[in-house]
Design a protein around this ligand. Structure first.
Ligand SMILES: [Zn+2]
Length: 402
């Protein structure tokens, strides 16, 4: 949805000792696979990088601190507040300094990130001079160990579902799961030294959920007609492998592992920076511009179609129509009301400097939510006090925007 990466870490990369990944010198299967499927590399590159649009900066709700997310109800934090405190300099220093800076955002962190942060904080107490990335390396082994039985159980489920396949399809599936098991076993002892990511690291093949899923998807696509339905079941079973979004161990493994990225036209294998790790911990709670009617469905970036929503929810909804999304999450009906109540009380009080900018917002967004949810969401905006006479004719520009 929203494009423009913020807080990306390009400036910090040059100092890292990374590898150029040329076709001649790499024997890594992962990397070969990535080169064969540049679309996947693209997905790996953009995965979970925050997206905030420039025009959305004018959207006042994005600058309100402690606004509850209209979707999950958790408190949100504006991106500029995060960027001001969690700078590259602060997060790239010792973990003692980085943890202290992160601590002030702990109350905003979502569950998975809060658990990770607690582990980082504890490890940092023992090794305060290590960087965040070095701290993650120390946590990596244990997380790999915790994930392994879960991953093996999923692979077993995949093979079991595959029993119903024709022999040739089954053989191919079993070779894919055997390869995955081997990779999981081999990666279970891999940690990295952030200072010396070298040829060795590049040649290590590690298990990655995304690549495994792509291989399964490829395989399903080429299945004979009679195996397609079972293939789809298998893909569903494989998707149950834990992700960094829903599991602290998966997050630790992902952020302590190497990534392949395109930098200045070349593929490089590198570790994520401490800056990236620190920002990732707060990312799901950052407020982003949400199109009530999805952009893909012609929804515009206007006051009447905008919600400030946490990155986590925004990312999860994707382009799903609102009516469907609300049906899946009935608790949202209350959360939309908490959201608008908070905004209304800010408009009513004289403290909100952009009071006039937002005065039409509750009415506009209530209309949009009502029509987009097919009458399901009915916001109560009767608490909104009228603007004083003198101000009513004033906000022309805002009306034009609305
Ligand atoms: Zn949310």
């Amino acid at each position: 949805m929203k494009i423009n990466s913020i807080g990306f870490f390009v400036s910090g990369q040059k100092s890292q000792n990374y590898n150029l990944l040329n076709s001649e010198n790499s024997s890594s299967q992962n990397n070969k696979f990535i080169r064969k499927h540049p679309d996947i590399l693209n997905q790996l590159l953009v995965n979970y990088i925050p997206h905030v649009s420039f025009t959305a900066k004018k959207f006042t709700p994005l600058s309100i601190k402690d606004l509850p997310c209209p979707c999950c109800g958790k408190l949100m934090i504006p991106m500029d507040v995060v960027n001001k405190e969690l700078t590259e300099q602060v997060l790239s220093g010792t973990s003692r300094i980085a943890v202290r800076a992160l601590k002030q955002f702990e109350k905003y962190m979502h569950g998975v990130e809060k658990t990770c942060f607690a582990r980082i904080e504890e490890a940092s107490r023992k090794s305060p001079r290590k960087s965040l990335q070095e701290i993650l390396q120390g946590l990596r082994q244990e997380s790999l160990k915790t994930l392994e039985p879960h991953q093996m159980a999923i692979l077993e489920q995949v093979d079991k579902t595959g029993e119903a396949l024709s022999p040739a399809s089954k053989r191919k599936l079993n070779s894919l799961t055997a390869e995955a098991r081997k990779l999981i076993k081999e990666s279970s002892s891999v940690t990295y030294d952030p200072m010396t990511i070298d040829d060795e690291a590049e040649n290590l093949v590690i298990f990655r959920r995304k690549i495994f899923l792509h291989k399964i998807a490829d395989w399903v696509e080429n299945l004979p007609e009679q195996d397609k339905a079972v293939g789809a079941e298998i893909f569903k079973a494989a998707q149950k492998l834990k992700t960094a979004k829903d599991d602290p161990d998966a997050l630790i493994v992902k952020y302590s592992g190497v990534v392949t990225r395109k930098v200045e036209g070349q593929y490089v294998t590198m570790l994520r920076t401490s800056y990236e790790i620190g920002q990732r911990l707060i990312l799901p709670a950052v407020s982003t511009f949400e199109h009530v009617r999805p952009k893909s469905d012609g929804g515009s970036k206007e006051l009447r179609n905008g919600l400030a929503e946490c990155f986590g929810c925004n990312n999860a909804r994707g382009g799903m129509p609102l009516e469907q999304w609300v049906k899946l999450h009935p608790e949202m009906e209350d959360n939309y009301q908490y959201y608008i109540d908070t905004i209304i009380s800010l408009i009513n009080s004289n403290t909100l400097h952009m009071r006039e900018n937002l005065h039409h917002y509750p009415r506009l967004i209530a209309e949009t939510l009502r029509s987009e949810s097919n009458g399901r969401i009915k916001l109560n905006i009767t608490g909104l006090k009228p603007l004083p006479e003198a101000k009513r004719a004033f906000p022309k520009a805002v009306l034009a925007e609305a």
